[in-house]
Write a protein that binds this ligand. Structure first.
Ligand code: ZN
Length: 393
């Protein structure tokens, strides 16, 4: 069904069917179970139990992480149509656990904003779609997993789910981004560069003729990267921003008058062009090898590929479905924009080849010990998810 044909009566029925108390109970039950990344098994068991009690058939694919098998459930209309996937991560960053507490309309606790509140809204949307029979075709695939938050997790479980075919025709992700519709995001790679020489450390007045200067090479590298960054800024995407290279850490030397053997630089390279990640990395290493040759130093780099860039076709039916849903639930469409962070949507776009839209509650305190989300926001996104599904499937 397209946005233009979602009847007013169905919209009104879905808006009214979201039950704030039931939604809050679900969110609280998920926050209650600690689930630091790589140890989200008990929270996955809790989600599976909640879905099971509601009569949904739950699958637990191991998906490359036996400690906490993923949670999968489906709602099938029994008629042809698209499948909308709801995907979320159950793991939280490694910080002291904050238990759930509901005060003056606000849910506090670990994962309240990132992203157990959003997963609870998915569950509520699933219930509402089943109770109302509002899906005219297709169905919903709900997936939840561990291994998301870095540096503890490496994304293996979502990749394994994708590779095993647990994908819909489009996917929503409930990360805490609710003020724009993100149509693009940058790829990124984190690097640590080591510039070294073989000769032992030596007093600066005793340096032999022609001793390679690792610290000076580091300074030259920083200067070259700064000029390179100005070139990279020309590579622009209207929503994602521009290519960049950034150095955030520079370390060399032991004392003021000793010529050091090593210089280390850490930073991040970002790019806007989908599919260019390999070329970006090769170009990065080539620049280092050019400098090593010129300075007679050894330069090595650990380069950690974080995520590929993505772009979503503004004409994709998932975009219009989310916009019509947001208009119905919040009174206006979302402004188009970029996704400032990397989330599992990058993997869905590139690895699964499906459009992935991040839309979640306007929540606060992600990656701190004071996460909060209002019940009003959870209700709003549960309505948006149910309406998006009715328009899209
Ligand atoms: Zn998250």
């Amino acid at each position: 069904m397209t946005e233009d044909t979602l009847p007013h009566s169905i919209t009104e029925m879905l808006l009214a069917a979201v039950d704030p108390e039931r939604l809050l109970r679900t969110a609280t039950a998920l926050v209650e179970v600690p689930s630091p990344t790589r140890s989200a098994g008990a929270a996955a068991d809790r989600l599976a139990a909640i879905l099971g009690e509601d009569g949904f058939k739950v699958e637990r694919p191991v998906a490359d992480w036996p400690e906490s098998p993923a949670v999968v459930t489906r709602l099938d209309s029994g008629r042809p149509g698209r499948t909308l996937q709801f995907d979320g991560h159950l793991d939280t960053v490694h910080l002291p656990f904050a238990p759930p507490r509901f005060e003056q309309g606000v849910l506090h606790g670990s994962g309240a904003s990132d992203m157990k509140g959003g997963i609870a809204a998915f569950v509520e949307a699933l219930r509402v779609l089943r109770e109302t029979g509002a899906l005219s075709g297709g169905g919903i695939l709900l997936t939840a997993h561990d291994h998301h938050e870095g540096p503890w997790g490496d994304g293996r479980q979502v990749r394994a789910l994708i590779d095993a075919g647990y994908t819909g025709d489009g996917v929503l992700l409930p990360e805490y981004l609710g003020d724009r519709l993100p149509l693009a995001g940058r790829g990124s790679g984190i690097f640590e560069i080591t510039i070294s020489r073989e000769e032992p450390p030596v007093h600066e007045v005793l340096r032999p003729e022609g001793l390679p200067d690792v610290l000076g090479t580091g300074v030259e590298l920083a200067a070259r990267f700064s000029r390179w960054h100005r070139d990279l800024e020309q590579q622009r995407d209207p929503y994602a921003g521009n290519d960049s290279v950034f150095i955030g850490k520079f370390h060399s030397g032991e004392i003021y008058n000793q010529s050091p053997r090593e210089c280390r630089l850490n930073g991040i390279r970002r790019w806007v062009t989908p599919g260019s990640g390999e070329q970006v990395e090769a170009d990065f290493h080539r620049r280092l090898q050019d400098l090593a040759r010129e300075t007679r130093t050894r330069i090595s780099a650990d380069y950690l590929f974080m995520a590929e860039a993505f772009r979503i076709d503004p004409a994709d039916p998932l975009v219009s479905a989310l916009q019509s849903a947001h208009t119905a639930a919040a009174g206006k469409p979302l402004p188009l924009g970029g996704k400032p962070f990397v989330d599992d949507g990058n993997a869905f776009c590139n690895r699964a080849g499906i459009p992935a839209l991040t839309h979640g509650p306007l929540a606060h305190g992600a990656h701190t010990v004071s996460e909060t989300v209002t019940l009003d926001e959870l209700v709003r996104v549960a309505r948006v998810y149910a309406l998006t599904a009715a328009a899209y499937c």
